[in-house]
Design a protein around this ligand. Structure first.
Ligand SMILES: Cc1cc2nc3c(=O)[nH]c(=O)nc-3n(C[C@H](O)[C@H](O)[C@H](O)COP(=O)(O)OP(=O)(O)OC[C@H]3O[C@@H](n4cnc5c(N)ncnc54)[C@H](O)[C@@H]3O)c2cc1C
Length: 359
């Protein structure tokens, strides 16, 4: 029996893949309803639809342009070769859990895992045999904590609001010097998801990005949550019978802090073969998380002046073309190309050369 804790998108997708292969899978979720607590901008490159066929009614908007805005209000319009997708996150979670259940996964709602011992998983009113245990239980993962796999995880804060105003529905905006990553992502002409990821002072950073929304505006709802910082030294499996995946394993892109695509890709690897999981993850997924961390560590040291000159450099057609063509999920595919086309980019990396040292 395979026991998965957490019916978020990654746990549900993994459960589906394993059940499709004929495995017996139980999926435990602490909430009594799936997709109730949304804390996500739910914006993805088209890579998502290569992984999972998406029903049209999950897609709320399609983004055609990314507008990267520097501190001096100069900007770069990146016309995306493949549109980005803004999803209804709540419906997306339900869609994935239904795929799992339709393929034979036993779903237990209202089951909060409280403790783990060598042989048992302990829920409020039930103990079950431990068997194979997979923690897909989010950033604060109890499975990671109880298995000694949480290591020294660092967390960031994500704060977002759905805001009513007037928006260009085709363009997502990023103000480069607000928090670690900020966004204004339209759901349509009248509502956008406005948010920021930062280490601390989240309300202050949020206010800065909210202030960028022009005209009369109104906050419809706030959302927020913890985001684990990717750590290349963290272990994601133990003793051949305990595995971590998704946010529980810290599989979050350090550039934009999206965790769903890396988590789903990792699910494909784990579902294929438990014994090669850690090795295959390092080969196939960390190859993009590591350069992402390099970019993030460099950006975190940027001054306003650095951002202004970066946007200027990227206005060159030869660089813009690369940004437009490649998915941001896979920096290993374009980082080197950018440096070859524009060696002046190296000056940023060299200026902050200590960021080259991976932990
Ligand atoms: C403000 C914000 C915006 C974001 N925007 C994006 C974005 O645009 N794109 C993107 O890719 N990512 C985004 N993310 C990150 C994304 O939300 C996560 O990477 C994603 O939810 C991870 O999925 P998961 O299935 O691993 O974990 P989760 O979605 O956290 O699911 C874990 C599940 O486990 C359950 N659980 C936890 N503990 C227990 C327990 N003890 N017993 C039983 N069940 C338990 C939880 O209830 C939950 O259902 C954003 C995050 C934030 C905070």
């Amino acid at each position: 029996m395979i026991n998965i804790i957490g019916a978020g998108p990654v746990g549900s997708y993994l459960a589906y893949l394993l059940a499709k292969k004929g495995e017996e899978v139980q999926l435990f979720e602490e909430h009594t309803e799936i997709g109730k607590l949304v804390q996500c901008a739910a914006t993805f490159t088209s890579v998502l639809s290569d992984i999972i066929p998406l029903k049209n009614d999950l897609i709320i908007n399609k983004i055609k342009r990314m507008k990267l805005i520097s501190p001096n209000n100069d900007f770069l319009d990146v016309n995306l070769k493949k549109e980005n997708l803004v999803l209804d996150r709540s419906e997306f979670d339900k869609y994935l859990v239904n795929m799992a259940v339709d393929n034979g996964v036993k779903l237990f709602l209202g089951y909060k895992l409280l403790d783990i011992n060598e042989n048992e998983l302990i829920f409020k009113n039930k103990k079950i045999k431990r068997d194979i245990l997979i923690g897909a239980d989010g950033p604060l993962s109890l499975v990671a904590r109880k298995s000694g796999l949480l290591s020294k995880r660092v967390f960031l804060k994500g704060m977002q609001a759905r805001v009513e105003s007037n928006f260009d529905k085709d363009a997502a905006l990023t103000h480069l010097n607000i928090g670690e990553f900020s966004w204004i992502i339209p759901e349509n002409e009248n509502i956008a998801r406005v948010g920021v990821v930062c280490k601390n002072n989240s309300q202050e950073h949020f206010k800065r990005v909210y202030d960028k929304v022009k005209g009369t505006k109104k906050i419809i709802e706030y959302q927020g949550g913890l985001i684990p910082l990717y750590d290349s030294s963290a272990k994601i499996s133990k003793d051949g019978n305990t595995f971590l995946i998704g946010d529980a394993a810290g599989m979050v892109k350090p550039t934009t802090y999206g965790g769903i695509i890396p988590g789903l890709l990792a699910a494909k690897i784990l579902a294929k073969n438990f014994s090669d999981y850690e090795e295959e993850y390092k080969k196939n997924i960390e190859k993009d998380l590591k350069p992402g961390l390099l970019i993030r560590n460099t950006l975190n040291k940027f001054s306003d002046e650095d951002y202004n000159s970066l946007i200027n450099l990227f206005k060159q057609e030869k660089l813009k073309e690369i940004l437009e063509k490649y998915d941001r999920d896979f920096p290993s595919k374009f980082l080197f190309k950018l440096l070859l086309k524009e060696p002046r980019l190296l000056k940023f990396a060299l200026k902050y050369k200590e960021t080259f040292i991976y932990k």
